[in-house]
Ligand binder design. Structure first.
Ligand code: C5P
Length: 249
């Protein structure tokens, strides 16, 4: 296996993100404190709704990156407001729905670029959700009234995201292979819900192991319950890092 696209480089820490799917603020901070030398990224969704920018700053103060899984979807003018806000907030990665269309995505990118230039900072990576993994063909063709297969629609939306200036997409490991030929070489692939060999896939339908995700070209692996629910979170994180190292050895 070559290490050019799959190698860990100096550290697996930069490729691993813990989903902070916890509700207690003290426990969230404790998890970041406990794991920040092993894990470089921490993802917020419902905890952001509860604790807001104050929590983001408290996490950023601990020398880690914050992934705000906001899954934004609104009119272009409102997305421009969000593009500005998330850049001011100082987070490193934000998700938005590609289903809002090109103009919506372009508005977010343009506003984030403007604010970043004004503040002299780097803007967050803006990463598109193609189709939620809960959308199957029946939902796509029926509820959404979009013809064709889920795979074709994912490929089409990933291309749309790249053309609109997004930095990457959220996808299942197996989908990277399916879409990467159409996309820029430095496109960023976020893969949630991967698991350890033999571990539970929980409620994920299209899942894979951490090692498979890395081999497929994942840029950032998002892990939640595998670490959050472990009796010893440091040990669980170390095991995931070992699996990643072995995948690139
Ligand atoms: O299953 P696990 O607890 O590892 O999931 C980690 C994170 O991945 C969760 O925060 C969940 O929101 C996210 N996820 C996602 N898309 C999926 C599956 C999980 O964004 N299809």
């Amino acid at each position: 296996m070559t290490t050019s696209s799959t190698g860990l480089g100096t550290s697996g820490r930069e490729r691993l993100c813990l989903a902070l799917d916890l509700t207690d603020r003290a426990e969230i901070i404790k998890a970041v404190e406990e794991l920040r030398d092993l894990i470089g990224w921490f993802k917020l969704n419902s905890a952001f709704t509860l604790y807001g920018p104050g929590l983001v700053r408290e996490i950023l103060d601990r020398d880690v990156k914050v992934f705000l899984d906001a899954k934004l979807h609104d009119i272009p003018n409102t997305l421009a407001g969000y593009g500005d806000a998330v850049t001011r907030l100082g987070v490193h990665l934000v998700t938005l729905h590609t289903g809002g269309g090109s103009e919506m995505m372009r508005a977010a990118v343009a506003a984030a670029d403007r604010t970043a230039a004004e503040l002299g900072v780097q803007r967050p990576k803006l990463v598109g959700v193609t189709l939620l993994t809960s959308v199957d063909r029946a939902t796509l063709n029926g509820d959404l009234n979009v013809p064709g297969t889920v795979e074709d629609e994912i490929r089409r939306r990933a291309r749309l995201a790249a053309e609109a200036g997004l930095d990457g997409v959220v996808c299942a490991p197996a989908e990277i292979e399916l879409i990467r030929a159409d996309l820029p070489d430095d496109f960023f692939y976020v893969t949630p819900g991967t698991r350890s060999p033999g571990g539970s896939g929980n409620d994920h339908k299209r899942t894979g192991t951490h090692a498979q995700a890395l081999a497929a070209g994942s840029s950032l692996l998002v892990v939640g319950r595998r670490i959050n629910q472990a009796a010893d979170r440091r040990q669980a994180a170390a095991e995931v890092l070992r699996e990643l190292r072995e995948a690139t050895a």
